[in-house]
Design a protein around this ligand. Structure first.
Ligand code: GLN
Length: 534
């Protein structure tokens, strides 16, 4: 029978429930268990796809095209659990399904209510992931206890233990133990209050994971145990990590969290072996060299807006035993001819995805700088579209070349909408989304990097390279090294005359793991290392 772990959060948001859930998944997998992970987000958007990166950080895309919360990125980077659109539900998605059923008359005349209909819908979503081949489902509840919008989820997980038996469920509550400088001590009261709120709802946490800046004293752990009605060994310290998020599972295992979970849920688990993880951390903490890469984007001020890009760069660093120092550059700061002042000294330039006009001129300048100076350049999605525009304008003399996303009347629409996107008016879930195959040209930089002529990558975009211009680009030294299998859509472009200039229409960053760097990122960092002369 599938067992369930519910992860809730208290005191404040941004405690890292996603990372903790992912770390738990990683530890249980390393004990030979089959794990699934899932997140509920209590907001009303049907998915985060329509939200600004400033609001929500990155939108993380899955193989099946689901646009999801960025915590699912942590789940995929830390575990091998397969993820699908059943792994992320928002209140909007839950209600959308209920309202559709109500309109179809499926409630047979009943009054449709939060309890039982919304809670049933939530419980069904949890059950959906269970199966004979699944040992544990980790369900993360977004938000913080005390939020009005989170109540139906907490009620649903309370009921869940009644449905399947308390022995088959485990409640883990993440809290904050703040250190008060003026008082010179850490405080347990917020944790007590937050657990009190959980108990009022009817959920007694089994394990408390305490986020803290400083080491917690034994006395403090005992106090929390007593006041929060949990065993002393179930008070787990999770101290802030100085170097890397990949330290989190190791420190949780040192605090015996996996042992406790295995025992409490009666799981038939193997002894923990995390030597692979320790090895990657060792590479991360003891690099042989450093390289500096500039990420030139417009959402730089939000630390999570390019989350998977930053992670993928770090993974590529791990693969090369190197530290990748990322210089985050707001593309709006790069004005005409000012690229050198801002970008001097970098060993690689990456232009990530994005939407809309703002920041585009700076991206074009950064690409021109990389192209002219032979600095390794990696363009992703909008980054490819900008690389195409920059080449058309500055090399091919098409001064007004543009994407129709920005200028619908340009005479040279080198990037434009396909017919199938023309008539779409709904914004949600209507882009070209999810995994698509790509045919990679033999002998190209892309093929050498991938080590194969077939790639599969995730997409999230509306606009495409305009194939009517293909021949003219080729005549001018551009190479289209990856296309859809029918050859119609351009997926990868490169410049053979440049040491490393490659751009992709897909989002390879979503398929990179710390234990398995993405081949394009690895190749880019290798070129950056060569450029740096290390
Ligand atoms: N805005 C561009 C498009 O829709 C690029 C999207 C992206 O970078 N994810 O095609």
């Amino acid at each position: 029978m599938t067992k369930h772990i519910f992860v809730t959060g208290g005191v404040v948001s941004s405690l890292g429930k996603g990372l903790t859930s992912a770390s738990l998944g990683m530890l249980l997998e390393h004990r030979g268990l089959k794990v699934r992970l899932q997140k509920f987000d209590p907001y009303l958007n049907v998915d985060p796809g329509t939200m600004s990166p400033y609001q929500h950080g990155e939108v993380y895309v899955l193989d099946d095209g689901a646009e999801t919360d960025l915590d699912l990125g942590h789940y995929e980077r830390f575990t091998n659990a397969p993820l699908s659109r059943d792994c992320n539900f928002t209140t909007g998605k839950i209600y959308q399904s209920i309202i559709q059923k109500e309109r179809r008359g499926e409630y047979l005349g009943q009054t449709v209510q939060v309890i039982p209909h919304v809670t049933d819908e939530i419980k069904n979503a949890i059950r959906k992931l269970s199966g004979p081949d699944v040992d544990v489902i980790i369900t993360e509840i977004g938000g913080t206890v005390g939020d009005i919008e989170g109540l139906p989820y907490l009620e649903a997980i309370r009921q869940f233990a009644l449905d399947i038996g308390k022995n088959n469920c485990l409640y883990i509550h993440l809290t904050l133990v703040p250190y008060l400088k003026a008082a010179g001590e850490a405080k347990t009261k917020p944790t007590q209050t937050s657990v009190g709120q959980m108990r009022q709802i009817g959920v007694q946490p089994d394990i408390l994971v305490c986020r803290t800046e400083r080491e917690m004293s034994e006395e403090m752990k005992q106090k929390i145990a007593l006041f929060c009605n949990v065993e002393r060994r179930a008070v787990i310290e999770e101290r802030d990590k100085e170097f890397s998020i990949y330290e989190v599972p190791i420190s949780l295992s040192e605090n015996k969290l996996d042992e406790l979970i295995v025992e409490k849920l009666g799981l038939a688990a193997q002894p923990l072996d995390i030597s692979d993880w320790k090895a990657l951390l060792n590479r991360l903490l003891n690099p042989r060299q450093e390289v500096t890469v500039a990420v030139v984007g417009k959402y730089i001020s939000h630390s999570d807006a390019y989350k998977s890009i930053y992670e993928a760069l770090e993974h590529a660093g791990i693969a090369h035993h190197s530290r990748v120092i990322v210089r985050r550059i707001d593309s709006e700061e790069i004005e005409d001819g000012k690229a050198e002042a801002i970008l001097a000294g970098v060993d690689g330039i990456l232009v990530p995805g994005g939407f809309g006009y703002r920041g585009i001129p700076g991206k074009l300048e950064a690409i021109r700088y990389a192209r002219e100076r032979g600095i390794p350049f990696f363009g992703i999605c909008l980054g490819l579209q900008c690389a195409v525009i920059e080449y058309a304008r500055n090399v091919m003399g098409l001064a007004d070349a543009n994407t129709t996303e920005i200028d619908q009347t340009t005479r040279n629409p080198v990037v434009c909408l396909l017919d199938e996107q023309f008539s779409i008016t709904d914004m949600g879930g209507t882009m070209r989304l999810g995994l698509y195959p790509c045919k990679v040209e033999e002998g190209s930089l892309a093929q050498r990097s991938y080590g194969t002529t077939e790639a599969n990558e995730r997409h999230r975009h509306r606009y495409e390279f305009n194939s009517a211009y293909r021949a003219r680009f080729e005549e001018n030294g551009f190479r289209f090294s990856g296309t859809s299998p029918d050859g119609q859509l351009v997926e990868i472009v490169e410049l053979p005359s440049h040491p490393w200039f490659l751009a992709v229409q897909c989002h390879p960053e979503f398929r990179s793991k710390p234990t398995r760097a993405h081949p394009l990122f690895a190749s880019f960092i290798s070129a950056a290392i060569t450029h740096s002369g290390n």
